[in-house]
Design a protein around this ligand. Sequence first.
Ligand SMILES: [Zn+2]
Length: 86
Amino acid sequence: MMSRKCPKCGSSDLKAPRHIRARGVTSAKYRDLNIITCRKCRYTEFYELTEDEVAPINKKAGMIIFFAAVLPTLIGIGVSVWLIWG
Ligand SMILES: [Zn+2]
């Protein structure tokens, strides 16, 4: 499938690899995967990402966590201080 050909039906009409993050039922650890689907027969394959591929994603995820969690907390503290002292 990485060779851009479906092993099931031989079609080369494949969807672009999509990155997904999956978690096992018993494991708390996430795995980053690429999934490739054949447009013709819907056959889907999973590829585990290499360390090099995962690194920028984790960096991006870190930024998202910063803006989603850390920044509102800082603003919250800032507003509280402003309300008390302002
Ligand atoms: Zn196929």
